[in-house]
Design a protein around this ligand. Structure first.
Ligand code: BGC
Length: 341
């Protein structure tokens, strides 16, 4: 049956975890999880209704593509040809362009998946030339939930012509519950001894890989998000918080732990597992309280944190970064697990 933008779907398990999403953008609308004392809260920043979500920030909770994150000047070379994508974020291309996958109507089907209490397949065919990307891209994303409180996102895509790809999901979490002011007290631990600094001229990464050790970017031992975003380290000042790609120690070789976020107040924790080489940590630096979110509360700076599994920003222009090219006959695969504890 054809979907409407406002059609919503729910994944539930036997521990009172319930995740709701919309066909539009595959956007997550709510993620309800119990606290240590059993109190259920919605830990996803966003809006109360799907109608409000469609009028609000269209990246909230959404699937992003074809190339999530930035491509410098929206330009890259592929097999000797220069391709110019939309420039929709300062000098750069961001999250797939003016009408990225976050604004598409996905076809959603309930499916059976072994070991899961609920699962859905979201599909999309992006035509050749869509947002100026070459090749027709067929995308399948599976959302599933199990009784270990693992919300799993599995991406697969195939193309008819050589192209670039980097899909991700864009939920902002606040483990104290949406509507509470910020995540500055949340503690974060990252399995990342390196990150890719932002080149101030490019306003994205330019190929540099730097050690986190001895800087505000070092999350190899657990520390609060507040400690990092309030530091005067130049990379933090540049974007007024965290908006950086971390190079995961396991380099995308297998599915492994990437991050652990904990909220001492609620006792909730979130672990992120992925097979991708990078994790963008974004602390909602551009939120300014002008938007009203769940429960009518203003969405203020640092209201939530996005942990986006991906390859590195601007990879198509950096030879030393992971490969972003997908060719006919190959299958793009990516797994991200958000596990609630
Ligand atoms: C990026 C931010 C951007 C935001 C838009 C994040 O993934 O890292 O720079 O402002 O998306 O929602």
């Amino acid at each position: 049956m054809a979907q409407k933008a406002t059609d919503t779907f729910s994944l539930k398990n036997n521990n009172n975890v319930e995740i709701t999403f919309a066909a539009h953008g595959g956007r997550l609308l709510s993620v309800k999880v119990p606290s240590a004392s059993g109190e259920v809260d919605d830990v996803l920043i966003g809006y109360d209704t799907v109608e409000e979500a469609l009028k609000g920030d269209l990246f909230f909770g959404a699937l992003c593509g074809r190339f999530a994150n930035r491509v410098s000047k929206g330009q890259f070379e592929l097999d000797g040809e220069t391709i110019q994508l939309d420039v929709n974020n300062g000098p750069n291309h961001l999250h797939g362009g003016n009408e990225g996958f976050n604004q598409r109507l996905w076809t959603v089907k309930s499916i059976d998946k072994e070991g899961c209490t609920s699962a859905f397949r979201l599909s999309l065919v992006s035509p050749d030339g869509d947002q100026k990307y070459p090749g027709e891209l067929s995308v399948n994303v599976t959302y599933s939930l199990n009784d270990d409180n693992e919300f799993r996102i599995e991406y697969e895509a195939e193309t008819t012509k050589p192209t670039i790809i980097n899909l991700t999901s864009h939920p902002y979490f606040n483990l104290e519950g949406a509507g509470t002011p910020d995540v500055l007290d949340h503690k974060l631990k990252l399995e990342a001894g390196n990150y890719t600094p932002i080149d101030p001229e490019l306003e994205t990464c330019g190929g540099e890989i730097a050690l986190t050790k001895g800087t505000a970017m070092d999350f190899t031992s657990e520390k609060t998000i507040g400690e990092a975003v309030k530091s005067d380290f130049d990379q933090i000042k540049l974007v007024d918080g965290l908006d950086h790609n971390f190079v995961l120690d396991q380099e995308g070789k297998s599915l492994g732990l990437a991050a652990r976020l904990t909220s001492p107040k609620s006792g909730r924790a979130l672990e992120v597992y992925t097979d991708q080489p990078g994790l963008q940590v974004y602390t909602g630096n551009h939120f300014d309280g002008s938007e009203k979110g769940k429960g009518g509360a203003a969405i203020d700076k640092y209201a939530g944190v996005a942990l986006e599994t991906q390859i590195f920003p601007n990879s198509p222009n950096c030879d030393n970064f992971p490969n972003a090219v997908l060719r006919p006959g190959e299958t793009y695969k990516h797994t991200c697990i958000y596990k609630f504890i």
